[in-house]
Write a protein that binds this ligand. Structure first.
Ligand SMILES: [Zn+2]
Length: 68
């Protein structure tokens, strides 16, 4: 993905800005890394240059989604 895409992408959970973590770039494009929401701190992986912005699947055993 292009670096510019960071200005456009928002968290699918809360529509807040995302921060790029541990980016690996090749040829000026981000090929892998993580996008973390500044607001709800959800983490989205980038693999093969594709940001995976699906909401994390909810594990019925976990109740960690409570807002604080
Ligand atoms: Zn968020």
């Amino acid at each position: 993905m292009k670096n510019d895409l960071l200005n456009v992408l928002v968290c699918p959970n809360c529509k807040h800005r995302l921060e790029l973590k541990n980016p690996e770039t090749r040829g000026g494009e981000i090929v892998s890394g993580e996008l973390q929401c500044q607001n709800c701190h959800n983490l989205y992986r980038i693999s093969d240059g594709i940001p995976d912005l699906r909401l994390p699947s909810r594990n019925p055993d976990q109740t960690a989604s409570s807002p604080h």
